[in-house]
Write a protein that binds this ligand. Sequence first.
Ligand SMILES: C[S@@+](CC[C@H](N)C(=O)[O-])C[C@H]1O[C@@H](n2cnc3c(N)ncnc32)[C@H](O)[C@@H]1O
Length: 364
Amino acid sequence: MNIRVLTIFPTFFSSCLGEGLLGKAADKGLVNVAAVNLRDYATGRHRPVDDVPYGGGAGMVMKVDVWAKAIEAARRELPGARVVLLTPQGPKLDEQTALRLARETSLVFCCGRYEGVDERVAEHLVDEWLSIGDFVLTGGEPAALAAIDAIARKLPGVIGKAESVETDTFTAGLKHPAYTRPPEFRGWRVPEVLLGGNHAAIEDWRRRESLARTARLRPDLAAGAAASRVRLAVRDPEPWLLEPLAAAGRAYGLREVVCAVVDPDRRRALRETAGDLVKVTGPLDAALRKRPKERLFHLADRPGPGQAPLAEIAARLAAATDGATIVWGGEPPRKAVSAAPALPGEAASPLALFVWLERLFSGR
Ligand SMILES: C[S@@+](CC[C@H](N)C(=O)[O-])C[C@H]1O[C@@H](n2cnc3c(N)ncnc32)[C@H](O)[C@@H]1O
């Protein structure tokens, strides 16, 4: 991939691009980044790239004629290149954007300074705008660097193990925590499960940690995480429970919260307050029959002898979240639940339900 950065500070890039994996990628010929001095396209003794704004006001504005010459020269050098303007007003850089831009053969990044570029540059000369976050930098160079780094690590061969890119944070929520030797430092121990050689248990733990972190730290990503195929079914919930159920559903990235209500009058009343995520249906058996055949886990009202410990069930559920339905309250639906494990009875109250969900998704 060929990348050109148009900037008034070309030396800004020299040290960082030569270091680490980006430096190695350049050595291997996987990515070729060159910073081009915008002043080379300015005319006059002092080669000015900026001027005072029309209408007055603070700061200087970068000149459209200088940018036009620089961008057009870059397009001639790299035919088909996508030209990106760094600006805090653009869409925010994320993994999808990095992946999309990594599929281009050439990119040109335009770094503004001062009050930014003349609007005609933004409107007519570039292909898209890009921001690296809701804050204002003094110039586009650090933003270009961040974008180049994020894009380059998506290129085949740049990161040693493709697996590490595929399982990174944002692929499916936040990634699980990682540890290395020693197993204990100042009394802080590495989780026991990682020290044993049980790979299935380690995978289980990692998946639960990843779900828990996502739900706790970035609930906005939880819907995209692995938990999003989990459906919760509740029998005859009290009306006040609908709102917390919806909140829990959003926080844990549940696909749907089915509230099965037998009485038609209660059902009508509840439907008026239910949101998108919460579906108020008729009797549970019928509601579940209409949904795809999925794993069913029944949350029993009372604890019974011989029930598996909570942690074990939570681990099994978290590993099996692909299309699981968790039924809470009342008797198990006769046919569907026959092969599914009963969950501990401590979830007999609404509060306990949330404690249970919290534990399920946080692995505590
Ligand atoms: C001081 S900023 C100009 C801000 C501009 N006056 C505004 O309020 O939108 C100077 C340059 O820094 C770059 N820049 C600042 N913040 C950025 C961000 N969050 N993402 C990308 N580029 C940014 C842009 O290239 C911009 O032209």
